[in-house]
Design a protein around this ligand. Sequence first.
Ligand SMILES: CC(C)(COP(=O)(O)OP(=O)(O)OC[C@H]1O[C@@H](n2cnc3c(N)ncnc32)[C@H](O)[C@@H]1OP(=O)(O)O)[C@@H](O)C(=O)NCCC(=O)NCCS
Length: 169
Amino acid sequence: MELVEPSDRYRKSFEEALVEFGSEIIPGAYALLSCSTVDEYLERVRKDARGEDLPEGFVPSTTYWLIEDGEYIGHVNIRHRLTPALERLGAHIGYAIRPSRRQKGYGTQMLRMALEKARQLGIERVLITCNKENVASRTVIEKNGGVFWDEIEVEGRPVPTMRFWIENK
Ligand SMILES: CC(C)(COP(=O)(O)OP(=O)(O)OC[C@H]1O[C@@H](n2cnc3c(N)ncnc32)[C@H](O)[C@@H]1OP(=O)(O)O)[C@@H](O)C(=O)NCCC(=O)NCCS
């Protein structure tokens, strides 16, 4: 199992996963909303990592795909730094595992691997947020050393957002 840069090589399983995600909001994949093809998306994430043509208020971010046996399992998006908006929602890392592969330990392992990537980017203290009702995500964060910071109300979100810090030196 490895984290790799998104690539055409894994397109088929990525497209199958998009069908599985259906109408779910997919954390860590904001670019999917603005791209109409997978090619466009692949180009967008490459630009995001280089900080090129970013939408207003966005910071550079790196996306990795979790690959096992040549197939896309999930993805993670690491924002290189925080902004006041990211401090409230989104934070440093967003992620998702494709629905058919959930509850098998992939989410926990993917975040562990992502923390190593974040360390390489010089992020020594990682902020992660999750919806208070998202038990799976909260468990993944806590299993990776996440320490509860606080709970906040975010405009437009009916459920409070929980914030966690992970020491990542
Ligand atoms: C959150 C998410 C990434 C977790 O991925 P995953 O591969 O299912 O996680 P894991 O298998 O590593 O599970 C981690 C723990 O959470 C628990 N868990 C997983 N899904 C759960 C659920 N729906 N309800 C309660 N507990 C759950 C697991 O039992 C496991 O705990 P355990 O080891 O004590 O048994 C996945 O559910 C997902 O993609 N959700 C939609 C996107 C999302 O919410 N992203 C996070 C945004 S903050």
